[in-house]
Design a protein around this ligand. Sequence first.
Ligand code: NAP
Length: 244
Amino acid sequence: MSSRTAFVTGASRGIGRACALSLAAAGHKVVLAARDLQKLESAAEEIRAAGGTAIPVSLDLSSEESIKQAFAQAVQQAGPITILVNNAGITKDGLALRMKRDDWESVLQTNLTGSFLCIQQVMQGMMKERWGRIINVASVVGESGNPGQANYVASKAGLIGLTKSLAQELGSRNITVNAITPGFVDTDMTAVLSEEVRQKMLASIPLKRFGKPEDIAGAVRFLASEDAGYITGAILKVNGGMYM
Ligand code: NAP
């Protein structure tokens, strides 16, 4: 097993935290990035307690300056980043008719532009190493659409297009670019949904349970591994069968 440096955005909680723990368990050094440094520190402690290496860095995807600083700090402390997990994401739901432009733009900025800028930060280093894994966490709704989430869905569908384009641009450099489309996963993001909505969703999931952050982390860990070396431009559904 070769040890590499992985950078995980949104690693302070939910899916990102599970990805960071899983990549550390696979033997990689992990840079954990998000806005809340205190929460990152607690995730980092868990990794260190298990014998892994964790480096928390402050990152705000809505600021290009913050992105540049976070990657500079990460490379300085952990060496070249050859695994990037673009996981951080936000929702600002509402019907399109009443959606404020700010809510449209901030979701696109964080989920799509932020991910693109993170990729730009690691591309050259990966080319130099002649090895790279870029994994974008999109969403089932980026494939299916969803009323009340035009901004979020556009950002996630954008990530899918970005994944396929960059898989073609970077393939000759031995850099794979893939996306994962999670279904309904139990995290802070979905905790706000009503019991009625949850039950309706559950009925549409063939596996009859919601996803756990670890379900997504397992797929991320696989796509980051040597075993996934011939997979690029793939959109891996991890959704319990809710959308096929
Ligand atoms: P979550 O529990 O809400 O966690 C979001 C993470 O992103 C946090 O670590 C948060 O940390 C970070 N983040 C938010 N805004 C940020 C910013 N501007 N800059 C840097 N970091 C930021 O979300 P989750 O449910 O784990 O979702 C993770 C990813 O999976 C998201 O992209 C989401 O769209 C996708 N997804 C989730 C589900 C689901 O059912 N949960 C389904 C499909 C796709 P700070 O607040 O400290 O910055």
